[in-house]
Design a protein around this ligand. Structure first.
Ligand SMILES: NC(=O)c1ccc[n+]([C@@H]2O[C@H](COP(=O)([O-])OP(=O)(O)OC[C@H]3O[C@@H](n4cnc5c(N)ncnc54)[C@H](OP(=O)(O)O)[C@@H]3O)[C@@H](O)[C@H]2O)c1
Length: 168
């Protein structure tokens, strides 16, 4: 089973504030949905609470050290048990979908990264640990323009979508 991570981050590696996302980029959400649909998605309890419900057409695996439970999701105290659940279901690509704590803890398991680099700088309290790309091969890259509202304010920042595969 391949283990992938998918994350959107700003210029200073910021990914969240007050358990919320920092921007609204509808094309990025659509992309996330397309990429993860039909797969097992693994997240920390805080990210699950920020989403608030199981995402449709995906099997949600939630990590907690406590006794958190929620209808429609599988909860695990142990990472390997969560991986096994996906493996036993025949999953071919498991997606780690955050947050900061989970990305950092599970980074060494990741085979493929789906990264959205967002042209955004601002206050945050959750960050991605800086990635050293020298051990990764870029396999795909696409750029998206900023979208402005009627007042000329940024409605949706510019972003680049890149996929990276771990070097052998
Ligand atoms: N930009 C993006 O792409 C993106 C994606 C996802 C999330 N986010 C942002 O990230 C932030 C949340 O990140 P976070 O670091 O605060 O929280 P998190 O990683 O979502 O969840 C942390 C929680 O996961 C559980 N946990 C962590 N390691 C564990 C382990 N080894 N075994 C079992 N359970 C474990 C613990 O839950 P218990 O406390 O229940 O024990 C811990 O408190 C939010 O701001 C969110 O919006 C951004």
């Amino acid at each position: 089973m391949k283990i992938s991570m998918i994350v959107a981050y700003g210029k200073n590696w910021e990914i969240g504030l007050d358990n919320q996302m920092l921007w609204h980029i509808s094309e990025d959400f659509k992309n996330f949905k397309t990429i993860t649909s039909g797969h097992h998605i693994l997240m920390g309890r805080k990210t699950f609470e920020s989403i608030g419900k199981p995402l449709p057409n995906r099997t949600s695996l939630v990590l907690t050290r406590g006794d958190f439970t929620h209808e429609g999701v599988h909860t695990f105290n142990d990472v390997q048990e969560a991986f096994n659940k996906a493996r036993e279901a025949g999953e071919e690509e498991l997606f780690i979908i955050g947050g900061a704590n989970i990305y950092e803890t599970l980074f060494d398991y990741v085979d493929k990264m789906y990264l959205s680099e967002v042209d955004y700088e601002g206050k945050a309290d959750a960050y991605l640990k800086e990635i050293d790309f020298s051990t990764w091969d870029l396999s795909e890259e696409k750029s998206y323009d900023v979208i402005l509202d009627e007042q000329g304010e940024v409605k949706s920042p510019a972003w680049k979508f890149k996929t990276w595969v771990k070097k052998d």
